[in-house]
Design a protein around this ligand. Structure first.
Ligand code: XIL
Length: 317
Protein backbone atom coordinates (compact mmCIF):
# COMPACT_ATOMS: atom_id res chain seq x y z
CA UNK A 1 0.00 0.00 0.00
CA UNK A 2 1.06 3.59 -0.53
CA UNK A 3 2.50 5.12 2.60
CA UNK A 4 3.49 8.64 3.61
CA UNK A 5 7.09 8.12 2.51
CA UNK A 6 6.45 6.07 -0.62
CA UNK A 7 4.10 8.86 -1.77
CA UNK A 8 6.85 11.42 -1.08
CA UNK A 9 9.50 9.25 -2.70
CA UNK A 10 7.45 9.07 -5.91
CA UNK A 11 7.97 12.86 -6.04
CA UNK A 12 11.69 12.60 -5.27
CA UNK A 13 11.18 13.76 -1.66
CA UNK A 14 11.13 12.13 1.78
CA UNK A 15 8.67 11.92 4.64
CA UNK A 16 10.20 11.54 8.10
CA UNK A 17 9.64 11.75 11.82
CA UNK A 18 11.30 12.67 15.09
CA UNK A 19 12.78 9.56 16.69
CA UNK A 20 15.05 9.47 19.72
CA UNK A 21 16.50 6.39 21.44
CA UNK A 22 16.52 8.47 24.65
CA UNK A 23 12.72 8.52 24.72
CA UNK A 24 10.59 5.89 26.48
CA UNK A 25 8.94 4.95 23.18
CA UNK A 26 12.19 3.42 21.95
CA UNK A 27 11.18 0.40 24.09
CA UNK A 28 7.51 0.50 23.07
CA UNK A 29 7.38 -2.12 20.32
CA UNK A 30 3.89 -1.10 19.19
CA UNK A 31 5.05 2.47 18.70
CA UNK A 32 8.34 1.50 17.09
CA UNK A 33 6.41 -0.59 14.56
CA UNK A 34 5.21 2.73 13.14
CA UNK A 35 8.77 4.01 12.79
CA UNK A 36 9.94 0.68 11.39
CA UNK A 37 7.46 0.95 8.53
CA UNK A 38 9.52 1.91 5.50
CA UNK A 39 6.38 2.79 3.55
CA UNK A 40 5.66 5.63 5.96
CA UNK A 41 9.13 6.78 6.99
CA UNK A 42 12.22 7.77 4.98
CA UNK A 43 14.05 10.10 7.35
CA UNK A 44 14.65 10.47 11.10
CA UNK A 45 15.45 13.51 13.21
CA UNK A 46 16.96 12.86 16.65
CA UNK A 47 14.69 15.11 18.69
CA UNK A 48 16.69 15.60 21.90
CA UNK A 49 19.85 13.51 22.17
CA UNK A 50 22.00 15.63 19.86
CA UNK A 51 21.22 18.89 21.67
CA UNK A 52 24.01 20.59 23.59
CA UNK A 53 22.75 19.54 27.05
CA UNK A 54 22.81 15.91 25.88
CA UNK A 55 26.12 15.89 24.00
CA UNK A 56 28.31 18.29 26.03
CA UNK A 57 26.69 18.67 29.45
CA UNK A 58 30.07 19.57 30.89
CA UNK A 59 32.71 21.34 28.90
CA UNK A 60 34.75 19.19 26.54
CA UNK A 61 33.21 15.92 27.77
CA UNK A 62 31.02 14.38 25.09
CA UNK A 63 28.20 11.81 25.26
CA UNK A 64 26.80 9.99 22.23
CA UNK A 65 24.96 6.99 23.69
CA UNK A 66 21.56 7.65 22.14
CA UNK A 67 22.58 9.02 18.74
CA UNK A 68 24.95 6.06 18.44
CA UNK A 69 21.88 3.80 18.73
CA UNK A 70 19.90 5.76 16.19
CA UNK A 71 22.51 5.74 13.43
CA UNK A 72 22.68 1.96 12.87
CA UNK A 73 18.89 1.69 13.21
CA UNK A 74 18.39 4.35 10.54
CA UNK A 75 21.03 2.79 8.30
CA UNK A 76 19.45 -0.67 8.54
CA UNK A 77 16.21 0.84 7.28
CA UNK A 78 17.85 3.04 4.67
CA UNK A 79 16.55 6.17 6.39
CA UNK A 80 18.14 9.58 6.01
CA UNK A 81 19.21 11.24 9.25
CA UNK A 82 18.75 14.94 10.02
CA UNK A 83 21.05 16.10 12.82
CA UNK A 84 19.34 18.42 15.28
CA UNK A 85 20.84 20.72 16.54
CA UNK A 86 24.28 22.26 17.08
CA UNK A 87 23.75 25.87 18.25
CA UNK A 88 20.48 26.72 20.02
CA UNK A 89 19.55 28.89 22.99
CA UNK A 90 17.45 26.14 24.62
CA UNK A 91 18.43 22.82 26.20
CA UNK A 92 21.81 24.48 26.66
CA UNK A 93 23.89 23.68 29.75
CA UNK A 94 24.45 26.64 32.06
CA UNK A 95 28.23 26.48 31.71
CA UNK A 96 27.90 27.85 28.16
CA UNK A 97 26.35 31.05 29.55
CA UNK A 98 29.43 31.54 31.70
CA UNK A 99 31.93 31.33 28.82
CA UNK A 100 33.93 34.56 28.30
CA UNK A 101 33.03 36.44 25.14
CA UNK A 102 36.57 36.01 23.89
CA UNK A 103 36.34 32.21 24.19
CA UNK A 104 32.86 31.71 22.72
CA UNK A 105 33.99 31.11 19.13
CA UNK A 106 36.40 28.42 20.36
CA UNK A 107 33.65 26.81 22.43
CA UNK A 108 31.28 26.72 19.44
CA UNK A 109 34.02 25.33 17.18
CA UNK A 110 35.02 22.65 19.66
CA UNK A 111 31.39 21.58 20.18
CA UNK A 112 30.69 21.36 16.47
CA UNK A 113 33.94 19.73 15.49
CA UNK A 114 33.27 16.96 18.02
CA UNK A 115 29.53 16.40 17.52
CA UNK A 116 29.28 16.94 13.76
CA UNK A 117 32.69 15.30 13.28
CA UNK A 118 31.55 12.10 14.98
CA UNK A 119 28.85 11.56 12.35
CA UNK A 120 30.67 13.00 9.35
CA UNK A 121 29.43 11.53 6.09
CA UNK A 122 26.47 9.80 7.77
CA UNK A 123 23.90 12.58 8.12
CA UNK A 124 21.85 14.02 5.29
CA UNK A 125 21.67 17.40 7.00
CA UNK A 126 22.44 19.33 10.17
CA UNK A 127 20.33 22.04 11.77
CA UNK A 128 23.47 24.01 12.52
CA UNK A 129 21.69 27.01 14.00
CA UNK A 130 18.21 26.68 15.50
CA UNK A 131 15.84 29.59 16.21
CA UNK A 132 18.20 32.57 15.82
CA UNK A 133 15.44 35.19 15.89
CA UNK A 134 12.87 36.51 18.33
CA UNK A 135 9.32 36.82 17.06
CA UNK A 136 9.72 40.58 16.47
CA UNK A 137 12.56 39.89 14.01
CA UNK A 138 15.36 41.01 16.32
CA UNK A 139 18.20 38.62 17.07
CA UNK A 140 17.45 36.37 19.97
CA UNK A 141 19.43 37.37 23.02
CA UNK A 142 21.35 34.20 23.82
CA UNK A 143 24.91 33.44 24.94
CA UNK A 144 26.10 33.07 21.33
CA UNK A 145 24.70 36.34 20.04
CA UNK A 146 25.60 38.15 23.24
CA UNK A 147 29.25 37.12 22.84
CA UNK A 148 29.78 37.31 19.08
CA UNK A 149 26.90 39.27 17.55
CA UNK A 150 25.51 38.11 14.22
CA UNK A 151 28.84 36.51 13.30
CA UNK A 152 28.16 33.46 15.50
CA UNK A 153 26.08 32.04 12.64
CA UNK A 154 29.03 32.11 10.25
CA UNK A 155 31.35 30.70 12.92
CA UNK A 156 28.93 27.78 13.39
CA UNK A 157 28.40 27.15 9.68
CA UNK A 158 32.12 27.16 8.94
CA UNK A 159 32.79 24.78 11.83
CA UNK A 160 30.06 22.42 10.63
CA UNK A 161 31.42 22.46 7.10
CA UNK A 162 34.91 21.65 8.36
CA UNK A 163 33.60 18.83 10.58
CA UNK A 164 31.29 17.24 8.01
CA UNK A 165 32.02 18.13 4.39
CA UNK A 166 28.91 16.43 2.98
CA UNK A 167 25.94 17.20 5.28
CA UNK A 168 23.60 19.93 4.04
CA UNK A 169 23.90 22.78 6.51
CA UNK A 170 20.64 24.36 7.63
CA UNK A 171 19.27 27.20 9.68
CA UNK A 172 16.00 26.03 11.27
CA UNK A 173 13.32 28.43 12.54
CA UNK A 174 9.64 28.68 13.59
CA UNK A 175 7.01 31.33 13.00
CA UNK A 176 8.51 32.06 9.59
CA UNK A 177 5.81 30.14 7.71
CA UNK A 178 3.79 33.32 7.13
CA UNK A 179 5.02 36.82 6.23
CA UNK A 180 6.09 39.10 9.07
CA UNK A 181 9.05 40.64 10.84
CA UNK A 182 10.63 37.32 11.79
CA UNK A 183 10.25 35.93 8.29
CA UNK A 184 11.82 39.09 6.84
CA UNK A 185 14.74 38.87 9.25
CA UNK A 186 15.46 35.28 8.25
CA UNK A 187 15.27 36.11 4.53
CA UNK A 188 17.72 38.99 5.06
CA UNK A 189 20.10 36.70 6.95
CA UNK A 190 19.91 34.02 4.25
CA UNK A 191 20.62 36.60 1.55
CA UNK A 192 23.60 38.00 3.37
CA UNK A 193 25.06 34.55 4.09
CA UNK A 194 24.59 33.42 0.48
CA UNK A 195 26.16 36.59 -0.89
CA UNK A 196 29.09 36.22 1.53
CA UNK A 197 29.63 32.65 0.31
CA UNK A 198 28.92 31.10 3.73
CA UNK A 199 28.38 27.33 3.70
CA UNK A 200 24.58 27.40 4.02
CA UNK A 201 22.54 24.97 1.94
CA UNK A 202 19.08 24.92 3.47
CA UNK A 203 16.37 26.56 5.52
CA UNK A 204 14.16 24.45 7.79
CA UNK A 205 10.60 25.50 8.54
CA UNK A 206 9.67 23.94 11.87
CA UNK A 207 5.93 24.27 11.15
CA UNK A 208 4.33 23.86 14.58
CA UNK A 209 0.81 24.84 13.58
CA UNK A 210 -2.51 25.32 15.38
CA UNK A 211 -5.66 23.94 13.77
CA UNK A 212 -7.42 26.74 11.90
CA UNK A 213 -4.22 28.78 11.71
CA UNK A 214 -2.15 26.59 9.38
CA UNK A 215 -0.95 28.69 6.42
CA UNK A 216 -2.52 28.00 3.04
CA UNK A 217 -0.58 26.11 0.40
CA UNK A 218 -0.18 29.36 -1.54
CA UNK A 219 1.22 31.28 1.45
CA UNK A 220 3.62 28.51 2.37
CA UNK A 221 4.83 28.14 -1.23
CA UNK A 222 5.63 31.83 -1.41
CA UNK A 223 7.47 31.67 1.93
CA UNK A 224 9.54 28.67 0.77
CA UNK A 225 10.34 30.29 -2.57
CA UNK A 226 11.98 33.25 -0.85
CA UNK A 227 14.87 30.88 -0.16
CA UNK A 228 14.79 28.59 -3.17
CA UNK A 229 15.10 31.71 -5.35
CA UNK A 230 18.50 32.18 -3.65
CA UNK A 231 19.49 28.63 -4.65
CA UNK A 232 18.92 27.19 -1.16
CA UNK A 233 16.91 24.05 -0.50
CA UNK A 234 14.10 24.05 2.04
CA UNK A 235 12.37 21.45 4.21
CA UNK A 236 9.46 21.21 6.60
CA UNK A 237 11.30 19.97 9.67
CA UNK A 238 9.00 19.56 12.72
CA UNK A 239 5.44 19.49 11.43
CA UNK A 240 2.54 19.11 13.82
CA UNK A 241 -0.94 20.64 13.85
CA UNK A 242 -2.31 20.87 17.39
CA UNK A 243 -5.98 20.85 18.26
CA UNK A 244 -7.63 22.37 21.32
CA UNK A 245 -8.95 19.57 23.58
CA UNK A 246 -11.04 17.59 22.93
CA UNK A 247 -10.67 17.06 19.18
CA UNK A 248 -14.00 16.42 17.43
CA UNK A 249 -14.36 14.40 14.26
CA UNK A 250 -14.88 17.69 12.41
CA UNK A 251 -11.56 18.91 13.84
CA UNK A 252 -9.80 15.75 12.67
CA UNK A 253 -11.26 16.19 9.18
CA UNK A 254 -10.05 19.81 9.17
CA UNK A 255 -6.64 18.60 10.31
CA UNK A 256 -6.52 16.19 7.36
CA UNK A 257 -7.02 19.13 4.99
CA UNK A 258 -4.36 21.19 6.74
CA UNK A 259 -1.80 18.36 6.63
CA UNK A 260 -2.57 17.93 2.96
CA UNK A 261 -2.12 21.67 2.34
CA UNK A 262 1.31 21.73 4.01
CA UNK A 263 2.58 18.67 2.12
CA UNK A 264 1.20 20.08 -1.13
CA UNK A 265 3.22 23.24 -0.57
CA UNK A 266 6.43 21.23 -0.28
CA UNK A 267 5.52 19.24 -3.38
CA UNK A 268 4.92 22.46 -5.32
CA UNK A 269 8.46 23.73 -4.65
CA UNK A 270 11.14 21.78 -6.52
CA UNK A 271 13.81 22.53 -3.95
CA UNK A 272 11.63 21.45 -1.00
CA UNK A 273 13.37 18.16 -0.22
CA UNK A 274 10.96 16.66 2.29
CA UNK A 275 8.63 16.88 5.25
CA UNK A 276 9.43 15.69 8.78
CA UNK A 277 6.71 15.43 11.42
CA UNK A 278 7.45 15.99 15.12
CA UNK A 279 6.62 12.36 15.84
CA UNK A 280 4.18 9.75 14.59
CA UNK A 281 1.65 9.22 17.40
CA UNK A 282 -0.26 11.55 19.70
CA UNK A 283 0.77 9.25 22.54
CA UNK A 284 4.32 10.63 22.47
CA UNK A 285 3.83 14.16 21.15
CA UNK A 286 5.53 17.09 22.92
CA UNK A 287 2.38 19.19 22.45
CA UNK A 288 0.30 18.44 25.59
CA UNK A 289 3.28 19.16 27.87
CA UNK A 290 4.27 22.37 26.15
CA UNK A 291 0.85 23.70 25.14
CA UNK A 292 -1.56 22.62 27.91
CA UNK A 293 -5.10 22.17 26.61
CA UNK A 294 -3.90 21.12 23.15
CA UNK A 295 -3.15 17.74 21.65
CA UNK A 296 -3.98 15.35 18.84
CA UNK A 297 -1.29 16.96 16.68
CA UNK A 298 0.07 13.99 14.70
CA UNK A 299 -0.93 11.32 12.15
CA UNK A 300 -1.60 8.37 14.49
CA UNK A 301 -3.77 8.46 17.63
CA UNK A 302 -2.83 7.34 21.13
CA UNK A 303 -3.70 3.73 20.19
CA UNK A 304 -1.50 3.92 17.09
CA UNK A 305 -4.49 3.96 14.72
CA UNK A 306 -4.28 6.08 11.59
CA UNK A 307 -6.06 9.43 11.83
CA UNK A 308 -7.49 11.35 8.87
CA UNK A 309 -4.25 13.39 8.95
CA UNK A 310 -2.42 10.30 7.69
CA UNK A 311 -4.50 10.33 4.52
CA UNK A 312 -3.96 14.08 4.28
CA UNK A 313 -0.20 13.53 4.09
CA UNK A 314 -0.53 10.92 1.35
CA UNK A 315 -2.98 13.01 -0.66
CA UNK A 316 -0.71 16.07 -0.35
CA UNK A 317 1.98 14.25 -2.30
C1 XIL B 1 11.23 19.54 21.67
C2 XIL B 1 11.25 18.05 21.93
O1 XIL B 1 10.41 17.40 21.02
C3 XIL B 1 10.80 17.80 23.35
O2 XIL B 1 10.90 16.42 23.66
C4 XIL B 1 11.65 18.60 24.31
O3 XIL B 1 11.15 18.44 25.63
C5 XIL B 1 11.64 20.06 23.94
O4 XIL B 1 12.05 20.19 22.60
N1 XIL B 1 11.67 23.39 18.34
C6 XIL B 1 12.73 22.54 18.14
C7 XIL B 1 12.73 21.20 18.78
O5 XIL B 1 13.62 22.85 17.35
O6 XIL B 1 14.01 20.79 19.15
C8 XIL B 1 11.83 21.14 19.98
O7 XIL B 1 11.73 19.78 20.38
C9 XIL B 1 10.48 21.72 19.67
C10 XIL B 1 10.59 23.16 19.26
Amino acid sequence: ATGMHTAADAQGRYFGTFCDPGSTYWNDADFMALVDNEADVGSLTVSNSLKWDATEASQDSFTYTNPDKLVPYAQEHGYLIRGHTLVWHSQLPSWVSDVDDSSMADVIENHISNVAGRYAGQFYAWDVVNEPFADDGSWRSDPFHNALGDSYVTVALNAARAADPTAKLYINEYNVETPGAKSSALVALAKSLVSAGAPLQGIGFQSHFVLGDTPSTETLVSQLEQYTSLGLEVAITELDIRIEDTASSADLAQQQTEYQNVVAACKAVDLCVGVTAAGMSDKYSWVPDTFPGYGSALMFDESFEKKPAYTGVIDGW
